[in-house]
Write a protein that binds this ligand. Structure first.
Ligand SMILES: [Fe+2]
Length: 345
């Protein structure tokens, strides 16, 4: 994906660093068929006018803007933004390719368990990038709690150079990232029927004689007597997350906006075999309306380990690059891109 935006020449970044020239070289490598060629420099050059060299990205060929340009000169290029999810490093080790280069790596949850995060002392060095952002997945909190465990995960990841987003916003090189786990409202099939919601929630919790969603056995709520997590907890967090996302998406931002969640924002993210599977209510929610209303520049999600569809809602591409459980051929994504899809802005 390559888009042209006018943004300040010195973008205000809460997490900013100069763009190393080595990062600009990343786009010229050819190890992935999905790599988008570096046409952004050329695009910016073509848009330059002879009247002061300002680029608007909106000029028709031969059309000159007045000598005074009221808008800032846009940055000519953003290097690759690389999404990963569901590395599940507790199930089988994995390390990024040594020749991976990116500006920004986005980890859409399920890195590990017990709030361990990543096993490397410096995540940025491992990914060959300047910034690593992450949201927590449900597995990241297995063996711990959804409240204290999230705090421990945030601290642990920060020590590795990773910024955890849980209803947090980070602006990196002019790109606004809005991140949260999201969880699920358990209404994928139930819709507004509360009786069906309760039935699906009971199915997820299970009992001694039936299957269950492990979230409700493996994750606790420390602030409420260290009890087991309940579907009502995750549904409440889902609604709070959607409310937060809508508020942030409604706020203007000069430059691209990328939403990062672990749970999927659309039923269309599910593989064909799971479209009518009742358990899918734990994986995706109907947030197409939110995507269509605010049209972020991308939405990055995880949680679903099947090869992701090439998907967009409106003009918003939905990115997913899950690894899956690396030790199981039945739960491993054969289309996992260890180079992180190399998405460009
Ligand atoms: Fe996962």
């Amino acid at each position: 994906m390559a888009s042209c935006y006018c943004r300040p020449s010195s973008p205000t970044s809460t997490i900013a660093s100069p763009l190393p020239s080595s990062r600009l070289r990343a786009v010229s490598r050819s190890h992935s068929d999905r790599r988008i060629k570096d046409n952004h420099h050329d695009h910016a050059r073509q848009n330059q006018t002879s009247a002061g060299g300002h680029s608007h990205g909106l000029s028709a060929p031969g059309l000159r803007w007045p000598g005074h340009c009221p808008r800032p000169v846009p940055e000519p290029h953003h290097g690759p933004c690389c999404p990963f999810s569901d590395l599940h490093l507790n199930s089988a080790p994995w390390t990024p390719p040594t020749d991976l280069q990116a500006d920004i790596v986005v980890l859409a949850g399920d890195l590990n368990v017990k709030a361990r995060g990543l096993p490397w002392p410096d995540a940025r060095a491992m990914f060959g990038c300047d910034h690593v952002l992450a949201v927590a997945g449900n597995h990241d909190l297995f063996g711990t709690s959804i409240d204290d465990g999230m705090d421990r995960l945030r601290t642990r990841l920060a020590s590795l150079g990773v910024t955890l987003l849980e209803r947090d916003e980070a602006v990196v090189q002019g790109i606004r990232f809005l991140g949260c786990t999201l969880w699920t409202d358990v209404r994928l099939f139930a819709g507004a029927d509360d009786r069906l919601v309760r039935a699906d929630a009971a199915m997820l919790v299970g009992d001694a004689y039936s299957p269950h969603m492990r979230d409700y056995r493996q994750i606790r709520v420390a602030g409420d007597g260290y009890r087991r997590l309940r579907p009502l907890d995750t549904a409440t967090l889902h609604h709070q997350s959607v409310e937060w996302l809508e508020g942030r998406l409604a706020a203007p931002h000069t430059g691209p906006t990328i939403v990062v969640t672990h749970h999927a924002p659309s039923a269309r993210c599910l593989p064909a075999w799971a479209q009518q599977d009742r358990w899918s209510c734990a994986y995706a929610s109907h947030l197409d309306w939110l995507v269509e209303r605010y049209q972020p520049d991308a939405w990055c999600y995880g949680h679903i380990h099947d090869p992701p569809p090439n998907l967009a809602v409106g003009r918003t591409p939905l990115w997913a690059n899950p690894r899956g459980h690396g030790d199981s051929i039945h739960d491993h994504n054969p289309s996992f891109d260890p180079y992180g899809l190399q998405q460009e802005f």
